[in-house]
Ligand binder design. Structure first.
Ligand code: AMP
Length: 182
């Protein structure tokens, strides 16, 4: 399902660039201005629904925290379950975790061990707002495999194509970015 130019302009036009946040040199892509723009939010979620309705998905898994917003709305539209992948220490039940390297230091994401047990070999769509270096999403897709499900595709509202993140993640799973930023 291709995004029309009109749809792309509506979504892209609703993203706000914040220079030098959270530190000098980073242009932060603020998606709160999609969320509080009903036309842009609906256009985006309708596009995601049209794209994924034929994928025969069992779950949508969203990455902490902005992936929860787009992912849970999509799961509800598709009539399937939503699974959160959270930063370390936030999930209350038994978890499986995966570490990944940041520019300075190491971070860790977790998933509940029984997140997909209702559906053997569950087909899962991973979703987040943005892929930059790909570290977070690669760790998240690894977690999905570790708990016995299949990451069918990873979807991002924005993909930063000037970084190697998308290429890196494509070694694990198919990748779709609604908007490519270069
Ligand atoms: P990465 O692991 O480098 O691909 O970073 C992806 C995560 O960091 C996502 O959860 C994004 O929400 C966030 N992120 C990284 N860079 C940006 C940016 N320029 N603007 C907004 N969010 C970002």
């Amino acid at each position: 399902m291709q995004l029309s130019k009109e749809q792309r302009d509506i979504i892209e036009g609703a993203v706000r660039d914040i220079p030098d946040f959270p530190k000098p040199g980073i242009v932060f892509k603020d998606i709160t201005t999609i969320l509080n723009n009903p036309e842009a939010f609906k256009t985006l979620q309708d596009h995601l629904y049209e794209r994924y309705r034929s994928y025969e998905l069992d779950y949508v898994a969203g990455i902490d925290a902005r992936g929860f917003i787009f992912g849970s709305a999509l799961a509800r539209d598709l009539g399937i379950g939503f699974v959160p992948i959270r930063k370390k220490g936030k999930l209350p039940y038994t978890t499986v975790s995966e570490k990944y390297v940041l520019e300075y230091g190491i971070d860790e994401v977790e998933i509940h061990i029984d997140a997909f047990t209702e559906k053997p070999n569950a087909r899962v769509l991973l979703i987040d707002d943005l892929i930059a270096t790909g570290g977070t999403a690669t760790a998240a897709s690894t977690l999905i495999s570790k708990v016995g499900a299949e990451c069918v595709e990873a979807c991002f509202i924005m993909g930063l194509t000037f970084l190697e993140g998308i290429k890196k993640l494509e070694e694990n799973t198919a990748v779709y970015s609604v908007i490519e930023v270069d």
